[in-house]
Design a protein around this ligand. Sequence first.
Ligand code: NAD
Ligand code: 44H
Length: 380
Amino acid sequence: MEAVHFGAGNIGRGFIGYLLTKSGYHVTFADISAPLVEDLNQFGRYHVETLGSVRKQEEISGICAIRTDDVETLERSVIRADLITLSIGANHLEQAGKALRPLLMARKEKNGAARLDIIACENALCATDILCKALKEPEDDEFNAYLSETVGFPNCAVDRIVPNAAMQKELPVDVVVEDFFEWDIESGKVRRNREIANVNYVENLAPYLERKLFMLNGAHAAVAYLGCRRGYRFVHEAILDQSILKEVHGFHREALAALSKKHGLSVEDLTKYADQLVRRFQNSYLQDELCRVGRDPIRKLSNRERLVSPLLLCEKYRLPDNSILKAIAAGYTFDRKEDAASVEMQKCISNLGIEGAVHKISGLDEKLAERVAKLYLLLQ
Ligand SMILES: NC(=O)c1ccc[n+]([C@@H]2O[C@H](COP(=O)([O-])OP(=O)(O)OC[C@H]3O[C@@H](n4cnc5c(N)ncnc54)[C@H](O)[C@@H]3O)[C@@H](O)[C@H]2O)c1
Ligand SMILES: O=P(O)(O)OC[C@@H](O)[C@@H](O)[C@H](O)[C@H](O)CO
């Protein structure tokens, strides 16, 4: 089985490429970064080092890589692929969909009968749907019919903490990961790849996806933004701070009450899930930097994302929401010169004031924007 994976970054190498190779796929990475592609081709392998109380190193071999601007080579790989996956960042999906369209048109001509699945493995609600929408050509019924009949577009939830590796690496393309992983894929939309090892194929993805995005990524963002305020560098340091831990517990209580109400999930199971998340955040071996976890605050603070979505669910069910609001307020204080979105967000706050910025970026109404603004001022 042939897989093409777009985005040979942390999660691409540390989780998707890792699991697909272990499931017997030959993985070809496609990336915009020329040096990364060169390194992957030079070594043809990399190590995945699991960091925790037990350490282990595994070698992933037999892989290769293509630059996304090497369109001819990429087209050949897309034509023969059984599976295409992506982890390039949710913001890049639209552009990637447009770039993938001519490659799939070529596949339709040369290998049109072969089934294929395309799965976007990003932290976003229904990332594959975003890609699929960008791929379709409004004027081309024949191409759209080909996609509908032959290509599966399952959404998924993807979970493994893969930080930027701080330690000395044997190869420049080696990655470090935590022990835990979970990949939930929408089973009804799969056309071909039904046996990826250790994947949880589920009929109804929404509870899994929202649980992961709200409880892991939402609380992770809260740790990052509150932790940066207090001058911490790493997730495991920030979560040791009792005042931050208290906010994380509060965030989890609020988000899990809303998730339980919406999806009928048991509070007890969600509480166990939350406890496990805190233990994962406490993993000091990972050396996961708060600036990675908080990166791109405009995306994280937007409307259909990890912080505002659970807030709106709490509003809908009239549930307590103060810790989620506090995490959002802390998000607006994120100010890192190296993070372009944080610079843009700070400019937006200077131009519109905090309430105006919250309205623009998070799409919150006057009442909620005012509550965020009050908490934001308290954090200053
Ligand atoms: N790192 C994690 O812990 C983790 C876990 C779960 C999900 N994710 C999600 O996975 C995605 C990637 O995150 P990451 O941490 O691996 O980031 P990363 O920056 O390490 O990797 C992203 C890679 O995508 C490449 N890229 C960007 N645009 C591209 C394009 N159009 N075509 C091909 N390659 C492109 C970049 O060059 C880079 O190598 C994000 O959506 C993130 O939210 C990350
Ligand atoms: O990747 P982001 O920027 O959407 O979010 C940062 C982290 O919360 C995220 O990468 C987690 O480490 C990951 O989602 C764990 O599965």
